[in-house]
Design a protein around this ligand. Structure first.
Ligand SMILES: C=C(O[C@H]1C=CC=C(C(=O)O)[C@@H]1O)C(=O)O
Length: 473
């Protein structure tokens, strides 16, 4: 990409405004500039005053790729049950073709990019807490900061109306850049968090009963595997500092994706280790992650626990069901599939998992969203067979999962992008948080152990919110 100057951008903007004035139709113009890298958390924080109701943040586990969006210039949202993936993709394509003007050669991950997610199951009974998070909701940010490797880019996606005058945008880009990239102040991770004044496990006994019921059904061969989840409610003494929580997540969960989607006072936030699908040109990557054990307190104990997990039959069955389903989806949609023979370990700060990465070359005509539709929910989040597992979850879980355990991610205008599953997550509002955690149930699952496993899975969010002591390795 050519390094553009502010004068060049100003000239381009002037030309677009003149065209829009003549044409009489509102357009989104996407301006991209290479900038000096700053910490993406600073960009997110700089949006607190103006954009706290419309912000998102995304960072890869290796922290070499970050996206931060401020302000939502365009929203594509649906409450559809059936073809929600297709609908969002179709609307996005239509928007790009009809309403977007891009300047020059735009690198992947910049420009008019779509960020958002889907709900786990649009057929679950609705809870008003999830009102801002529809069955499919995607946004094009007004301002986007992208970090790719050592390079950084600032995108402004501006809506230009036919009545707009050129003067309105004089020095606009430069001033926004100055405002959003200012390095004022130290990292806030040391700052005191709001205090948890009350912690409430939502119906733990019901969860254990549901696990028991699920194992009975599995033994009666009505289903092979089902993932059951539960909630933990937290109440705080003062409004939550979302930028501090996000910063703690990035520091405390170095092997996880960190993400938040903020909308009108609510934030869906988490640190997930689980990639659902990534597309980069014609290459696709997915991950089978299922089967868990806690981390050890010493290196030795940690290794022993890892070996125990790698040999544990119950966990291997749980994992195999996921590998089988993802492999089938890969065969259908890809060529040149590469899949290791057996799982390895994936360690996060509080928990270790059985892990099998998969890659392939996407077949002609398959898109990121059509692939997503095939995969979601994998047996790591739903169960197997998929349809039956969803019915069991609807029956045995007594809350709406919303975006928990569902795809969240991004796609650019070239169709490249990545989706993870929104686990190790919580829904935050002003002074409250609801955390979610689930686990895969197979015939041999024991309700008490599954309950303990969900406790560990609450820890990444709980710790970022100031609720648990840190485990050190
Ligand atoms: C459903 C969750 O985790 C899934 C991902 C990895 C391992 C899992 C397990 O071992 O049960 C779960 O399938 C969660 O963290 O809420």
């Amino acid at each position: 990409m050519i390094a553009v100057t502010d004068q060049f951008i100003q000239k381009q903007l002037k030309e677009v405004i003149e065209c829009v004035n003549i044409d009489g139709k509102t357009k989104l113009v996407s301006l991209v500039k290479k900038v000096k890298p700053i910490d993406p958390l600073i960009f997110y924080r700089n949006g607190t005053k103006e954009f706290s109701h419309q912000r998102f943040f995304w960072q890869d586990p290796d922290r070499t790729f970050s996206l931060v969006g401020l302000g939502y210039t365009h929203i594509i949202s649906t409450e559809r049950h059936q073809d929600r993936f297709h609908y969002i993709e179709k609307e996005w394509k239509r928007f790009i073709d009809r309403d977007v003007i891009c300047m020059g050669d735009i690198p992947s991950g910049t420009g008019p990019l779509l960020f958002g997610g889907f709900s786990f199951d649009p057929k679950q009974d609705k809870d008003t807490r999830w009102n801002e998070f529809s069955s499919g909701k995607f946004v094009v940010p007004a301002y986007l900061y992208t970090v790719k490797g050592g390079e950084a880019f600032f995108t402004a996606n501006l809506l230009i109306h036919p009545t707009d005058e050129t003067q309105k945008y004089n020095h606009f880009f430069e001033e926004k850049e100055k405002q959003l990239f200012q390095l004022n102040g130290t990292p806030r991770v040391q700052e005191e968090l709001s205090h948890i004044i009350s912690k409430h496990e939502v119906e733990p006994d019901l969860f254990k009963q549901s696990v028991q019921e699920a194992t009975n059904r599995i033994k009666r061969e009505q289903i092979e595997k089902v993932v059951l989840a539960r909630q933990l409610d937290l109440f705080f003494n003062e409004p939550l500092k979302k930028d501090v929580i996000l910063e703690r997540l990035t520091k405390e969960q170095p092997t996880s994706y960190v993400y938040t989607f903020d909308s009108k006072g609510y934030s869906f936030i988490g640190a997930s280790p689980e990639r659902l699908i990534k597309r980069s040109e014609n290459n696709v990557f997915s991950t089978c992650l299922a089967g868990s054990i806690r981390r050890g307190y010493t290196l030795r104990e940690d290794e022993e626990l890892g070996q125990q997990l790698l040999a544990d039959e119950k966990n291997l069955i749980e994992h195999d069901v996921v590998v089988h389903m993802i492999k089938e989806a890969m065969i259908e949609n890809c060529t040149d599939i590469q899949l290791p023979k057996g799982p390895s370990l994936y360690k996060t700060k509080h928990i270790q998992h059985l892990y099998t990465p998969v890659k392939g070359v996407i077949r002609d005509g398959v898109t990121l969203f059509s692939f997503l539709e095939k995969l979601h929910p994998t047996p790591a989040l739903g169960g197997f067979p998929q349809k039956k597992a969803l019915e069991v979850i609807r029956e045995l879980e007594n809350f709406e999962r919303g975006w928990y355990a569902a795809p969240i991610g991004w796609m650019d205008m070239k169709g490249n992008g990545e989706f993870i599953v929104g686990i190790r997550s919580g829904l935050l509002s002003e002074q409250e948080a609801t955390l979610f955690a689930g686990c895969g149930i197979v015939a041999d699952s024991d309700p008490e152990s599954e309950y303990e496993e969900t406790k560990i899975k609450f820890n990444p969010m709980l710790s970022a919110l100031g609720g648990v002591d840190h485990v050190t390795h």
